[in-house]
Design a binder for this molecule. Sequence first.
Ligand SMILES: Nc1ncnc2c1ncn2[C@@H]1O[C@H](COP(=O)(O)OP(=O)(O)OP(=O)(O)O)[C@@H](O)[C@H]1O
Length: 281
Amino acid sequence: MDTATATAGQPDPENHLGGQASYGRPASEGVDTSHGVILYLENVSVVFDGFRAINNLSLDIGVGELRCIIGPNGAGKTTMMDVITGKTRPTSGSAFFGQNLDLTKMSETQIANAGIGRKFQRPTVFEEHTVLENLELAMKADKRVWPILRARLNGEQADRIAEVLETVGLMQAYRRPAGLLSHGQKQWLEIGMLLMQEPKLLLLDEPVAGMTDAETERTGELFNTLKGKHSLMVVEHDMDFVAQIAQGGKVTVLCEGSVLAEGTMDEVQSDERVIEVYLGR
Ligand SMILES: Nc1ncnc2c1ncn2[C@@H]1O[C@H](COP(=O)(O)OP(=O)(O)OP(=O)(O)O)[C@@H](O)[C@H]1O
């Protein structure tokens, strides 16, 4: 596909986005991962009206790691992601992106621009736009520049879109309106939209909920190709899927706002406390 010719003859977006980095993302302070760690949560607590949704939670994620987070309903998984993305401020404790970026002092926009992308459970693609247009929109994160959406993509941007289409398996569907995609394809498109922002850390909340078995397996393959290039935190209740993507990596079990157990899938699955509170007998 030639995305450059698809929108040729229009003004160059780079001329309209003065001071912005490639793909329309504002330049941000770089994250220092020289210690091999992309995320540090240390003794984080979140208290809502006296209720401890997160209770002294400490967790590190390595650069390029795929970390699965499991745990019963109400364990604090969503609240933890809210802390990481700046939606909720911790009552106490620290949250750092790399060595240097204090997430508790950054706005949600600053955090997104620094390289943390979040995928909520339900797909939120622009249904009336094609797959290609959705990726273009994602590239231009600053919504004020949407009027120049039709602007000609430069070669690098067109290549990036093609690469993302290939990665998420939607190359054949690039002209299709997103509203006509299957549920799984919409989820992959939204992951593709996040990838356009070149996130360093991706937070994915129950990504395979509602997918068919085939879509779930394909999503697992996708995540296995993303790890290494990106760091991923995946919250999921589907244990077969967790086993597919965790492989020998770490799985963290949250319960009542704290880490109950951490280890390989085999280790946590045979942990009596995890069986008791989550997996069942
Ligand atoms: N804004 C809020 N005010 C009060 N309590 C809240 C708030 N947000 C979350 N909680 C409570 O904090 C606890 C943790 O909720 P959270 O949504 O983080 O859990 P979860 O592990 O994501 O659960 P699930 O697997 O069901 O999505 C729950 O008991 C929830 O009711």
